[in-house]
Ligand binder design. Structure first.
Ligand SMILES: Nc1ncnc2c1ncn2[C@@H]1O[C@H](COP(=O)(O)OP(=O)(O)O)[C@@H](O)[C@H]1O
Ligand SMILES: [Mg+2]
Length: 240
């Protein structure tokens, strides 16, 4: 897996209509280089989740264009979007694990609709759980794991499709600072090792500062864009 670039051009997304309409993302344009790490900050309600959801094709944009790697998701058909979603990793603040499934089966779950890829998935899930520090906990249910461990399972699940981009929406928001730091270490190591493009929404200034580039939203618009993108792309540029 290597990092895919993202281009967002004049994207808007409004919820509701008439006097109740809320423009959550308001004419946002942004480019993320393949293999870069970007923090997305801004107060609650500023549009971070909505922007991440439209990039991840969880929600559709109303207008504008989003190109991720080879896919123009804003004009893609259903089949193309389904294929795209399998190659995007998404990590949520509240983990969203299935409570009745073991850690291993939660990691495999995204592959179940695709029987061909599901073959061999159990072995791959065990490897991924080991790589996030959960070797030996494969058969634990989410309720038997700490918050930090549950988020590790969620990260392993996000990686099962070998994504070129990992989108994390406040991944440390429900964790204490030690567990939060460990999760960020894990995400940054993933970027360093595989070049996975990372976008991380966060309220945490310390976390944002570790990402190099920080894009700040306010009322659905980009308020500032500071620092240069770090990540493997820069490391390569520095080496040349
Ligand atoms: N599904 C939805 N329906 C209606 N309004 C929404 C929905 N999702 C988000 N919003 C509104 O859009 C704005 C941006 O929300 P969100 O993207 O969740 O911001 P953030 O993640 O920065 O807190 C907020 O005013 C929020 O209430
Ligand atoms: Mg949010």
């Amino acid at each position: 897996m290597s990092g895919v670039p993202v281009r967002v051009e004049s994207v808007s997304k409004t919820f509701g209509s008439g006097s109740a309409a809320i423009t959550a993302v308001d004419d946002v344009s942004i480019e993320l280089g393949g293999g870069t790490v970007t923090a997305l900050t801004g107060p609650s309600g500023s549009g971070k989740s909505t922007l991440l959801h439209v990039i991840g094709a969880i929600e559709s944009a109303d207008s504008g264009a989003i190109v991720v790697g080879d896919t123009t998701i804003t004009s893609a058909g259903r089949r193309e979007l389904a294929a795209y979603r399998r190659h995007v990793g998404f990590v949520f603040q509240r983990f969203h694990l299935l409570p009745a499934l073991t850690a291993r089966d939660n990691v495999i779950a995204p592959l179940i609709p695709d029987r061909r890829r599901a073959r061999g998935a159990a072995d791959r899930a065990m490897e991924l759980l080991a790589s996030v520090g959960l070797a030996g906990r494969e058969n634990a249910l989410p309720s038997q794991l700490s918050g930090g461990q549950q988020q590790r399972v969620a990260i392993a699940r996000a990686l099962i499709g070998e994504p070129g981009i990992l989108i994390a929406d406040e991944p440390t928001g429900n964790l204490d600072s030690a567990n939060g730091t460990a999760i960020v270490d894990l995400l940054l190591a993933l970027n360093a090792e595989h070049g996975t493009t990372l976008v991380i929404a966060t309220h945490d200034a310390a976390l944002a500062s570790r990402c190099g580039r920080t894009v700040t939203l306010a009322d659905g618009r980009i308020l500032s864009d500071t620092g240069s993108a770090t990540g493997t792309e820069m490391a390569v540029a520095d080496a040349l």
